[in-house]
Design a protein around this ligand. Structure first.
Ligand SMILES: Nc1ncnc2c1ncn2[C@@H]1O[C@H](COP(=O)(O)OP(=O)(O)OP(=O)(O)O)[C@@H](O)[C@H]1O
Length: 260
């Protein structure tokens, strides 16, 4: 059986600088994987490669066993991979419902064929309402996005990402900027709305990583130096030395200061 996502010796250079240096990864369908690593390790670049924003310099990227490297982002999306929208990509003057419906129509491949649009509109409306219910944003259905709280906007981002029914979801720091209690609720929400799907997330917050991930991939200088279940990664000496030791100490110190 093929993997939901597979990277085979992927490399990416910008000019003469190699940023991704032979990364390999195998993600089973339905797994939640967090990609962690120091600043500049190449996590965003890796997401950009998987989602089609960049083509790798060499190596292969497969989605459900089929090569997707070199495809354009919308082509990768059509094959069932959705990457998180950013708050800045929301239509702030449109309502919550209208934003989700746009994402649904986009995923249906709606182009400017009016007859097709009308035929699809009922389905799109139903799906948009279904997504809002999952996100617990149905109360805010007719609110303009600019009037949502930050946490609600981030929830909507997730909604747009899952709206099209993709089975592989990429989320970029989904809880960034949230308070501790919002983060906790949000992890639960992400768990619920991605149930049964394959999830890849880039994350700096170790609380989120250890609360959400089935597996953790540690990226250091463009290489996956460890890929395993959370406890095994936490105990990995190389990971401790290269990254996790200092990060956990920092985050524990910050938590102690906040609690003091
Ligand atoms: N389009 C680009 N052109 C040139 N260099 C780039 C480009 N994109 C990223 N880089 C470089 O690649 C390196 C890795 O960047 P990337 O953003 O992928 O790291 P990251 O692990 O996501 O970092 P952070 O945790 O700080 O977000 C950096 O040195 C960055 O300057």
């Amino acid at each position: 059986m093929s993997f939901a996502v597979e990277l085979k010796d992927v490399r990416k250079s910008f000019g003469k600088t190699e940023i991704i240096r032979g990364a390999s990864l195998q993600v089973n369908a339905g797994e939640r994987v967090a990609i962690i690593g120091p600043n500049g390790a190449g996590k965003s670049t890796l997401f950009n490669l998987i989602s089609g924003r960049f083509a790798p310099t060499s190596g292969e990227i497969l989605l459900n066993g089929e090569r997707i490297d070199g495809l354009k982002p919308y082509e990768v999306n059509r094959r069932g991979l959705a990457r998180s929208f950013q708050v800045s990509n929301l239509f702030h003057r449109l309502t919550v419902f209208e934003n989700v419906r746009c994402a649904v129509l986009w995923s249906m491949g709606y182009k400017y064929a009016f007859w097709k649009f009308l035929a699809d509109l009922d389905d799109a409306n139903d799906r948009a309402d279904e997504v809002l219910e999952m996100l617990k944003l149905d109360r805010k259905r007719d609110t303009q996005v600019m009037n949502l709280t930050y946490a609600e906007q981030r929830a909507l981002e997730i909604g747009l990402t899952i709206a099209g029914g993709s089975n592989v979801i990429l989320l970029d720091e989904p809880t960034a900027g949230m308070s501790k209690s919002e983060t906790k609720r949000f992890i639960q929400l992400i768990r619920e709305v991605t149930e049964g799907k394959t999830l890849l997330t880039v994350e700096h917050d170790m609380g989120v990583v250890f609360g959400l991930a089935d597996k953790i991939a540690v990226l250091v200088y463009g290489e996956v130096i460890a890929y395993d279940e959370p406890e095994a990664v936490r105990a990995n000496q190389r990971v401790q030395e290269a990254y996790l030791g200092s990060v956990l100490a920092e985050q524990q110190a910050a938590a102690a200061t906040a609690g003091a």
